[in-house]
Write a protein that binds this ligand. Sequence first.
Ligand code: C2O
Ligand code: CU
Ligand code: CU
Length: 489
Amino acid sequence: MNSGSNLFLSRRGFLAVAAGTAMSLPMRPTRASAVDERTLRAAPGQAQLAGPDRAPTPTWAYNDTVPGPVLRLRQGQPVRITVENGLTEDTTVHWHGIRLANAMDGVPGLTQPPIAPAASFIYEFTPPDAGTFWYHPHADSLVQLGRGLAGALIVEEAEPVAFDRDLIWMLQDWRLAADGRIAGGFGSAMDAAMSGRVGNLVTVNGMAPADQGVRAGERVRLRLANAALARMMALRFEGHRPVILAIDGQPCDPHEPEDGRLVLAPAMRVDIALDMQGKPGGRYQVVDDFYDGLAYTLAALAYDQAPPLRVHPPDAPAALPRNPLPEPDLANAVRQEIVLQGGMMGGGKLAGVGGMMGMSGMMGMSMKGMTMPGMNGTPAWAINGVSMTGDGHAGMAPQFTLRRGITCHITMRNETAWWHPMHVHGFSLLLLSRNGAPVPHRQWQDTVLLAPKDTVECAFVADNPGDWMLHCHVADHQMAGLMTVFRVT
Ligand code: C2O
Ligand code: CU
Ligand code: CU
């Protein structure tokens, strides 16, 4: 009766508590540490880009640093990143190269509403792949990236990989005016239709060319990331023999680059093993000689006086553990062409630009009766005849649709006279061939560089549903039409 039912209730209550305790107590500490919590705040700031004696540069920055803080995550460990918008315009953050759910991809209009000023957005994902990635806005990209909003995102291997040191060089390119301010004129027709906004100062981790202190005999894992708007880079390490371990975060068969030159287009990353075989006290330059006649010293490896860390160099660097990428099934693949068109002296398909243009016409923009592609807001570029401009917005119709799980074999053809680092969101592409020659070393990339007139074959498994971007990562080119969307159903 009364006592009986009380007993029953209290027993039930007790049991419930006991069960709850038993289940939640051991769980709680694990759960708290299992989700890695981070905050990024985008806001105006200042940086001493050109060195301590020069005027500071007003920037836009994540957590007041340029580049933004290095986010070190762990493979397979969930992360929750709160992004606060302290700018006076909309923003988003895109986790470049991370394979994640479409809703976390950071494309305004397409995958999420933009983050309004003073608002915030919580990104949650679990990085499946270890490697070197980066983050940047995908709203007003040209301006926001150009004012400094970018940071490195390193996903550490679930099982640690041994190096004497792990370094990152986040490379950014700035167009500074004489007073140290970032020059205006973002999105000029000239930049849009030609090589994009190439700047006049390259920084390494936010600083003008400086020395990288090293010790003889050590083996460094150096992660290089090109976060420039438009500048292509080709790095040479004087007196050293870098070995490429990973491209765009994805391990490949270790190999030395052709001619010892590491080509890094905007948005690309390369991880190298660098054995410090120089002499104690020595100084060796790292030179970027991508553009003919415009080579400059990016940094120098400055050896301290300490005796070599080891007498003999260690054995050749071992391959990094491969990431769990689905293997393309080429025999049953669907084929898709991606044809890049437009630009000055380009495919001749846009805005009435025909044939060849003289240098005077190019520079002066005084082409009688012709519209320069990209002028007056007209698109300068197209993919398969369609120009999608801007950063992403609602209602972008996918150009092609893939059934989930199918292998897509892509042929990218560059009909233009310019270089384009073509980037795909949400996937890594296995490179098959370039201009008919097989691509060695099993390279997977999220950003594939096409030289003028190049044709590249690549493939991926469409295992991740959603609407995904595919665009040139020269920001001006993307904004001016070199972008498309595809859907995985
Ligand atoms: Cu880093 Cu849409 O890209
Ligand atoms: Cu991306
Ligand atoms: Cu381009």
